[in-house]
Design a protein around this ligand. Structure first.
Ligand code: ABT
Ligand code: MG
Length: 139
């Protein structure tokens, strides 16, 4: 059993496609508690910083443009084993490879516009939560 916190974003594609409510429903149904949440938009600088680890990858430019293209929902979620269980719930990065019933299988457009983000480690969950929320916005 690992940490209790993960960080998620409902990405611009899923917000534009009207899936906020359905995705939050899946998240609640899976037993995650919402600790912080807001509708916001990443600037180009925010998106570059958030995805810095991918700076050398060929898809970085498109990724930054996409992630800053429209509003997102940012949220901090709590559950036992949060990081791993949330990544199971969202499914593989490429929706074509994602299991039936996962959020990406149901709502993602493509590998580059894949509906949701989930932190990939306990350490990154805390960094990402701190990137979007101050202490008094996390309950
Ligand atoms: P994130 O939750 O967005 O971090 O996705 P995930 O951890 O599942 O996958 P990674 B490898 O971190 O992908 C980051 C973003 O880059 C996009 N991407 C990835 C591509 O567009 N092409 C690719 O070939 C790969 C490997 C998918 C992710 N984001 N979006 N949107
Ligand atoms: Mg990732």
């Amino acid at each position: 059993m690992s940490g209790k916190i993960t960080f998620t974003m409902i990405k611009p594609d899923a917000v534009a496609d009207g899936h906020i409510g359905a995705i939050l429903g899946k998240i609640a149904e899976a037993g995650f508690k919402i600790k912080a949440m807001k509708l916001t938009q990443l600037t180009v600088a925010d998106a570059k910083k958030f995805y810095e680890v991918h700076a050398e990858r060929p898809f970085y430019g498109e990724l930054v443009d996409f992630m800053s293209s429209g509003p997102i929902v940012a949220a901090v979620l709590e559950k036992d084993n949060a990081v791993e269980d949330f990544r199971t719930l969202i499914g593989a990065t490429n929706p074509a490879d994602a299991a039936e019933g996962t959020i990406r299988k149901m709502f993602a457009r493509s590998v580059g516009e894949n509906a949701v983000h989930g932190s990939d480690s306990d350490e990154n969950a805390l960094i990402e939560a701190g990137f979007h929320f101050s202490g008094r916005e996390i309950f």
